[in-house]
Design a protein around this ligand. Structure first.
Ligand code: DHB
Length: 518
């Protein structure tokens, strides 16, 4: 409790701009602490908190990181860097949580780093000094400190800080694994896909970031909300024909059609290859998504999950053999017709019976999927976003989205970031906004021969997550694969918009990549 008050006190005192003469880290200044994690065991660690990662601190509420070093860590221990960015909003440096990936990482013996970052809602009130150094700002004015691309700049500065003090601090800055969910998944993707890119260099220098490399070893991205300038077209291309889009008014229905029509040219321009080496194009894209959903559902079915046929799946009609175990809650074929009372008790328990009015299926293999039915099911679990889903701000028609705020400026404005919506407002994107959009998109630099893209990737997007459409993470994972990266990708079965799940599997993957030579 004492510690929480102390932290709040510091934040209140120091919110605003602040200059430091140099970056600092004192290995002897850690505080011993402990945490009870998911399995009831205790993890002892040393905490280093409020480590400012730039010298020209613009927003002292956010621009620092916390480091947690578990007992037993060495200079070789990989670093698990978790960003808690959500909704493109500011995110304070936090302490590890017993129930999420940070607590698990500590338990596994990894050094945990949690940086704070500015975001679309962070602001300071300009003091005299700030107004003097920022010509367009007057004293007393509210300044938004975290509009694009500030959050990724902060995270890159944090990575550079870890490299700068790599010798002084336990943990290996050459083996940083980033992790985040949603907008945080986008941040993790950006950390992984923009390493050392020169287009960020001048901005980082102006912030007083360490003059170090900022590439990372691996990135874990749960439901990354990325490729924002193409997310609207992908969304309407995928969901435009669903039942819920049929009740749109004429204006929105027309926009949905126009946006959907832009997707094929975009996806073809990516020149993607499927894992089997054949081209992934607009013509075969829906079939490819279908195969990815089936792959996810089959994996879950193999582990015992019930996959209902009522949401579009079809199955092989026969179970594997005489002694096949019950599948999908069905009664094994060798026992069908057996009327002994015992058999009644072998019906699946209530909670495991089909929930969608589906037939009991006994087939081992999922052999097909009616995508229209499946997409209608996804949309039935959560209403779709409006049209356009991301760059929504249209004068007299739609309000601004969080993303419109993200691309606004330090005065707190909102801005369009796609050509389509800008045109609807009879405007065009400025070069400055175009560049910010580019810097915020992990698709921008993969395979350019200049950028140091992380060699290892773990990307998950829930198979019923409608916050962005399936093509967005699929394109991203495929582009990385095509660039020769090690990519573990899944449209995780039955997961909604969420993150830090299947942690046993995630940490198994982390153990494998950190034990392998690269
Ligand atoms: C998040 C979710 C969204 O739907 C979105 O458009 C941006 C961010 C989030 O949860 O971080």
């Amino acid at each position: 409790m004492k510690r929480i008050f102390a932290a709040m006190f510091c934040v209140c005192l120091s919110a605003g701009a602040m200059a430091q003469s140099a970056l600092a880290f004192d290995a002897s200044a850690g505080e011993k602490s402990k945490m009870t994690v998911y399995d009831g065991s205790e993890v002892n660690y040393t905490a280093y908190e409020r480590l400012f990662y730039v010298t020209n601190v613009e927003d002292s509420t956010y621009q620092f990181l916390n480091v947690y070093v578990p007992d037993g860590a060495t200079q070789q221990t990989p670093i698990f860097l978790r960003t808690y960015v959500g909704g493109y909003m500011a995110s304070p440096a936090a302490q590890p949580q017993a129930g999420d990936a940070t607590g698990r990482a500590l338990k596994e013996g990894y050094v945990v780093v949690i940086p704070g970052t500015r975001g679309r809602n962070s602001s300071i009130v300009a003091d005299k000094q700030y107004a003097k150094t920022h010509k367009v700002v007057t004293k007393g004015q509210t300044v938004y400190t975290g509009r694009a691309p500030k959050a990724i700049l902060d995270l890159k500065a944090a990575i550079r800080y870890l490299r700068h003090f790599d010798k002084e601090m336990l943990g290996d800055a050459e083996r940083i694994i980033t992790d985040g969910t949603s907008a945080g998944g986008a941040m993790s993707a950006l950390m992984g896909a923009t390493g050392n890119n020169p287009e960020y260099a001048a901005l980082l220098k102006a912030m007083g970031a360490a003059d170090e490399r900022d590439d990372v070893f691996a990135s874990v991205c749960y439901c990354p909300i990325i490729d924002l300038e193409h997310a609207d077209m992908a969304y309407e291309w995928l969901y435009g024909q669903t039942d819920s889009r049929q009740s749109l008014d004429d204006t929105h229905r027309q926009m949905s059609k126009e946006l959907a029509a832009l997707f094929p040219a975009y996806v073809n321009s990516l020149n993607l290859m499927k894992p089997d080496g054949t081209p992934l194009t607009a013509d075969n894209y829906l079939d490819y998504l279908k195969s990815e959903i089936i792959r996810a559902a089959q994996t879950a079915k193999n582990a015992g999950a019930y996959i209902p046929d009522s949401i579009g799946f079809s199955f092989s009609s026969e179970a594997g053999g005489m002694f096949t175990a019950p599948i999908n809650g069905g009664i094994p074929p060798q026992m069908q017709g057996d009327k002994r009372p015992m058999m009644q008790a072998e019906q699946p328990p209530m909670g495991m019976r089909p929930m969608h009015g589906g037939q009991l299926q006994v087939g081992e293999y999922i052999t097909g999927l009616d995508m229209q039915k499946y997409l209608n099911y996804v949309v039935s679990t959560q209403a779709l976003k409006g049209v356009p889903a991301f760059d929504s701000q249209i004068e007299g028609i739609n309000n601004a989205s969080g993303e419109n705020e993200e691309f606004g400026d330090e005065t707190g404005s909102n801005a369009n970031f796609t050509d389509y919506t800008a045109r609807r407002n009879n405007a065009a994107l400025t070069d400055a906004i175009r560049q910010n959009v580019r810097l915020m998109n992990p698709m921008s630099f993969i395979g350019d021969g200049t950028t140091s893209v992380a060699p290892h990737w773990y990307i998950r997007h829930g198979a019923r997550d409608r916050d962005t459409s399936f093509p967005i993470p699929v394109n991203f994972a495929t582009k990385l694969q095509n660039a020769g990266k090690d990519v573990n990708f899944l449209l995780a079965w039955n997961r909604p918009h969420s993150g830090d799940y299947a942690l046993d599997e995630l940490f198994q993957w982390i153990a494998e990549i950190t034990q392998s030579k690269f």
